[in-house]
Design a binder for this molecule. Structure first.
Ligand SMILES: Cc1cc2nc3c(=O)[nH]c(=O)nc-3n(C[C@H](O)[C@H](O)[C@H](O)COP(=O)(O)OP(=O)(O)OC[C@H]3O[C@@H](n4cnc5c(N)ncnc54)[C@H](O)[C@@H]3O)c2cc1C
Length: 426
């Protein structure tokens, strides 16, 4: 960083005051719908689309106020500021409605990947549009034949003149039906070992040959999608990174995804469920279920608080370790594992307060009413962004240096790997 940049940079305290004044004058209280997403059934499609439109408008207002893309470079419409500025904004946003639904995966990991691997033209074209809420991005990684085995992608991309022709299917793409673009991992060479024949592309979700189908979950939510690509044409100028070097992009893509709420590229209000405390909700459910004063509930409340404190300390330590170079990027898997386990346990604790009442409720049951759907989705944060089992693999092999799972796949052409054996994971 040049001396000039340091001298010109707005101080964190000045930035905090500017952000606070603007937020108080312009934003309403936290939107209760902000965290519904895949967790709970949303309303009719028109309401969901209206909500997404509101989120875009909110993002635009943050952009116009100079409060979007805090750590993105100025040449792409960002503020060119530091993690400390982003942290200050996150703290000032606590309790206020902002474009929360757009942060993941649009900003992290998608925009972070564009920033790291995009060409100048790609960055100029997409990053300002993302910061203004004009483009919502999704990630097309998982496939019906193997989600954890990301490197085993069988969606193919074949070169045809200046274009690539994509065929295959991606699944579990959250919110694809209301999104604009996606990063898509595809196989471009079947005659080399599986990690060496992949390439990443930017794909518009409304292009010819792209069919987006919605998946209905037990909770009634229809946010997840499966896409079928039939001869989808993508210009070579929309390729991210080098041909057949998609695993290099993919590895960073998954790193950014694991960093999520710890990433300097995402705005996440302190106190939101991703970053702060679930205690107010937990206490409200215990109170509404009439269990606030019983000793078992008090133990559970203590356990929940202890888990949150341990998680916060661990997340902080891992981020510090990675940003100062004391820990390798692989340590992001430690933070990911802990966040998944904590989140599952907190949902289970909440359900323990309600007992059977959490499974059947009416409108007068207050906070108790949402518990059953949360309980159905209790494993969600142990799966999303790569499972906790895969995080354990990464920690044992790449952080602790334990022996890697034995595989011959590294040396065989992908087309020769028997399907049932392709399980090496991301
Ligand atoms: C809320 C949510 C949002 C999501 N959003 C997206 C999205 O936007 N885009 C996207 O592409 N995907 C998305 N996913 C999909 C997610 O990334 C996959 O579900 C995940 O990678 C696991 O893949 P799978 O479901 O196919 O499970 P599988 O890979 O079939 O795994 C089944 C079980 O086997 C275990 N397992 C598999 N291989 C190994 C191994 N080598 N060692 C040890 N255990 C192993 C797994 O951990 C798991 O417990 C989302 C998932 C959720 C829950």
């Amino acid at each position: 960083m040049s001396t000039q940049t340091v001298v010109d940079m707005e101080s964190v305290e000045h930035f905090r005051t500017r952000a606070r004044d603007w937020i108080r004058d312009n934003l309403g209280p936290t939107d209760p719908k902000a965290n519904i997403g895949v967790m709970r059934a949303e309303g009719p499609d028109e309401d969901e689309l209206a909500y997404v439109a509101e989120q875009r408008a909110l993002q635009r207002r943050l952009f116009d106020a100079g409060l979007a893309g805090i750590c993105f470079p100025r040449e792409y419409g960002g503020q060119g500021l530091t993690r400390a500025h982003q942290r200050a904004l996150n703290e000032e946003l606590a309790g206020y409605a902002y474009a929360e639904r757009l942060q993941s995966p649009t900003f992290v990991p998608c925009a972070a990947v564009l920033l790291e691997f995009g060409t100048e033209e790609q960055k100029q074209r997409h990053i300002p549009a993302i910061l203004k809420g004009e483009e919502i991005w999704m990630q097309m990684l998982s496939e019906p034949s193997g989600g954890s085995d990301v490197a085993g992608a069988v969606t193919s991309a074949v070169r045809d003149g200046d274009d690539w022709v994509l065929n295959g299917s991606k699944i579990w793409t959250t919110g694809a039906w209301w999104s604009d673009w996606a990063l898509c991992l595809a196989r471009t060479n079947w005659d080399v070992p599986k990690h060496r024949g992949l390439t990443v592309f930017m794909v518009p979700l409304d292009c010819v040959g792209m069919e987006v189908n919605r998946i209905e979950l037990l909770s009634g939510s229809r946010e997840f999608c499966q896409e079928f690509m039939t001869d989808v044409r993508v210009p070579d100028s929309d390729r991210i990174g080098e041909i057949n070097d998609g695993w290099t992009v993919g590895t960073r893509w998954m790193f950014h995804e694991r960093m999520l709420s710890n990433s300097p590229y995402a705005t996440m209000a302190a106190g939101s469920t991703q970053r702060g405390t679930k205690m107010p909700e937990l206490l409200a459910v215990a109170r509404d279920a009439g269990r606030l004063n019983d000793p078992v509930s008090r133990d559970l409340i203590g356990e929940a608080r202890m888990l949150e404190l341990a998680n916060n300390a661990l997340q902080h330590r891992v981020v510090q370790g990675i940003t100062t170079g004391v820990m390798s990027d692989q340590a992001a898997s430690i933070a990911r594992l802990m966040a998944g386990l904590m989140s599952t346990r907190l949902v289970t604790i909440i359900y323990e307060f309600t007992g059977p009442a959490g499974a059947a409720w009416d409108d007068d049951d207050g906070t108790v009413g949402d518990c059953a759907t949360d309980y159905l989705g209790q494993q969600v944060w142990c799966i999303a962004g790569g499972t906790t089992e895969m995080a354990r693999n990464a920690i044992s092999e790449r952080v602790l240096g334990m022996p890697r799972e034995r595989t011959h796949e590294q040396n065989i052409a992908f087309r020769d790997i028997p399907k049932s054996r392709s399980t090496s994971g991301s």
